[in-house]
Structure formats: C-alpha cells, structure tokens
Design a binder for this molecule. Sequence first.
Ligand SMILES: Cc1cc2nc3c(=O)[nH]c(=O)nc-3n(C[C@H](O)[C@H](O)[C@H](O)COP(=O)(O)OP(=O)(O)OC[C@H]3O[C@@H](n4cnc5c(N)ncnc54)[C@H](O)[C@@H]3O)c2cc1C
Length: 388
Amino acid sequence: MNSTYFTEEHIAFRQSFQKFLQKEVVPHIEKWEKDGVIERFIWKKFGDMGYFGLNYSEEYGGLGLDLFYTVIFLEELQKINSGGFAAAMWAHTYLAMTHVAKEGDDRIKREYLIPSINGDKIGCLCISEPFGGSDVAGMRTMAVQKGSSYVLNGSKTFITNGILSDYLVVAAKTNPALGNKGMSIFIVDRDTSGLSATSLNKLGWKASDTAEIAFDNVIIPAENLLGEEGKGFPYIMQHFAIERLVMSINAHARAEYALEYTLQYMSERKVFGKNLNEFQALRHKVAEMASEIEMCKEFNYSVAKKLNEEQYAVKEASMAKLLSTKVADEVIYHCLQLLGGYGYMEDYPLARMLRDSRLGPIGGGTSEILKEIIAKIIIDKKDYRPAT
Ligand SMILES: Cc1cc2nc3c(=O)[nH]c(=O)nc-3n(C[C@H](O)[C@H](O)[C@H](O)COP(=O)(O)OP(=O)(O)OC[C@H]3O[C@@H](n4cnc5c(N)ncnc54)[C@H](O)[C@@H]3O)c2cc1C
C-alpha cells in the first residue's frame, strides 16, 4: 500500500469494498458473464453502500470524498476478473454521471444525479457514432430546437449500458455550421418515443451490455440541455481527462491482478522437476513485468493527485492511458503464456482477462488518438484547456 497517497481511512475502505465484492458480486459474475446482463439488484446494493457517490457532492447524496477512494473503487473492481461488470459500474459513475454533476442544473441533479447515486437510475454516455468514434467533432447526430423542445435524430454506437440504462447523456450537433462549437449535450429518458437500442455482440466485456442507439425524431424538453448550448465539445474534452485516468487505473490494476495470479501459479507448477518460478528466464520476465506495472501505477497515482487538485492534466492523463493499457495488454499476454495450456482454458482467469484487456487501447480515445494529442501538446505546444 502506497502511504504517499492512501490514508488509514482509504485502507479501511479498500478492505470493506473487497469484502462487499466477494460477498455480493463474485457469486454472480459467471452468470452475468454468460447472460450478458447485470441484474438490477446489484446496482441498488452499490447505491445503498454509497459506492456510486464516492466523489459526488453531499448535497445530492454523495460522500464528497477525494479521488483516491475512486482509485480504490476502480482497482478492486478489476480484481474480480470481469472487465464487463467493472465497465458497467464505472461507465455509469464516471462517464454519464460526470456530465450530470458538472453541467446539470439543480433540477437535473435532483432528477438524475440523486437516483444515480442511490442506484435507482442507471446512466450511459453516448458520444461515438457508427460513422466515427475518434473524430468527435465530426459527429452527425442533430438536435434541432423547436419551441420549448429539441428534436433529436441520428445514431450512436458501442454504448456501454446502452440497453439497461434509464437515461442517456447524448452529444449532438445543435448548429452544424459551427463545427465543434455547435455541439451540445442532452439528457434523454429511456422511454422517450423514437429511441431504440440494439445489443451488440463483442469479443470481451461479456457481462456489460453494449448497444447501438437510434434516435428517430426523439423530442427532448429544452430544459434537458446540459449546461449551455454549443458548449458540448469543451465539456466532453474537459471530462476526457478523468475518463482516461479511469482507464489507466483499470489497466494497471488488471495487470497487477494477472501478475499476482501468475506468480501463485508459478510457485505451484512443476516442470522438469522445478517450480516455474525457479527458471531464470521466467524470473527475468516477471521482474520486467512487475517493474512496468509499478511505473504505470505510480504515474497513474500522480495523475490522480493532479486531478484531485483540479489541475490541468490532459497530457499526463493521455500518457497514462497510452502506456498503462499497452503494459496491461502485454503483461496479460505474457501471463497467459506462463500458464501454458491452462492459460488458454476458460476455467483459468487469464483467457477472459486477455479478451477484456484488449478494449483498453481502443475505448475512451484510441492509442493513436492519444499519441496525436500528446504530440500536439509537446511539439505544437497546443493547449487543450477548455474555453468554458
Ligand atoms: C466495448 C466498447 C464500449 C464502448 N463504450 C462507449 C461508450 O460508453 N460511449 C461512447 O461514446 N463510446 C464508447 N465506445 C466507443 C469507443 O470510444 C470508440 O470505439 C473509439 O473512440 C474509437 O472509435 P471508432 O471505433 O469509431 O474507431 P475509428 O475512429 O473509426 O478509428 C479506427 C482506427 O483508426 C485510428 N485512427 C482514427 N483517427 C486517426 C488519426 N487521426 N490518426 C491515426 N489513427 C487514427 C484509430 O485509432 C483506430 O485504430 C466503446 C467501444 C467499445 C468497443
């Protein structure tokens, strides 16, 4: 445990969250992975325990805690080996709810943030579109104001919690002529007429639902606009830093979990009359992987500290996600190799980890896009500070 960042209270929270996960979540994981559906009761239990409100304001039912409670929440979710379950939980809490909390007015917070914290309402964030996810500014979904409503048309894809959520936080163009200055964010209720969702089948994250969403003349009350019209793009950019940190922490935690499991296996598995952990070539591989994980973890904690202090950390959060997701993929790939044929079997955790981990360098800004951002910051001296 790193005492630079974690207090006694953090450590106690980690222990109690671990116990909660083992008791309330782990017994159901195999079923949820198989069905591709996370049952509703667990959302409510998370809500009752306050886990969705760790860093949200006490005024709306949150706990108002520092970001290192979130770090612990994310790390421990990775250590029960269901990237899909973890994703469903953090996409609700740190993708959808971030917009509700930061840009929502008091009415929106009462109608959506409080029940999100309680576990009564599930949210999802709809930015990516079938025509392109990386080019956010190029989105085609349109919201046209008509009197006291907006009429939404278009489609979104790859949306985590896209089937089961009760509300959708949706980015759409309100003035396409203005490019990324003509984008806005809305809250849309699931049962709004004209909204439909289709489930997508995918490589990993099996427990989480991922959907394509269609909006066919969906009428949204104008007061469901989040923040100011035309400010959608800066809002999205502003929150990418926390989203990327979330994915960085997930990455170092799942790599750490994979290595811990593999070390245990190596201490028990005998080949040629010796334990696996006695072979020098394998010991060196372990040393290399442990060093990479530790470097990522320490760096991710330093980024968490910056974001906790509300410092501008677009460069650092982008670097953290770029490297941590790469290291996680490589570590999990090699850990599976160290288990030999057992690594390839579904009865052992590495097979699922390999599938789940692959999303790391794709979701929430691909590695290529992150390299573009980092290059623009360090070569062109670009400043991504939002104009809000
Ligand atoms: C399981 C899953 C869950 C997801 N959940 C959500 C969600 O909840 N909400 C949401 O909004 N989105 C979600 N996404 C979407 C995700 O963020 C996008 O897939 C991602 O941003 C990439 O967009 P794309 O798939 O359209 O790829 P594209 O943008 O088509 O890119 C294709 C390839 O080209 C590369 N590329 C693109 N532009 C450049 C460039 N300028 N230079 C170099 N290379 C480039 C990309 O890196 C990628 O390798 C999810 C995706 C998955 C798979």
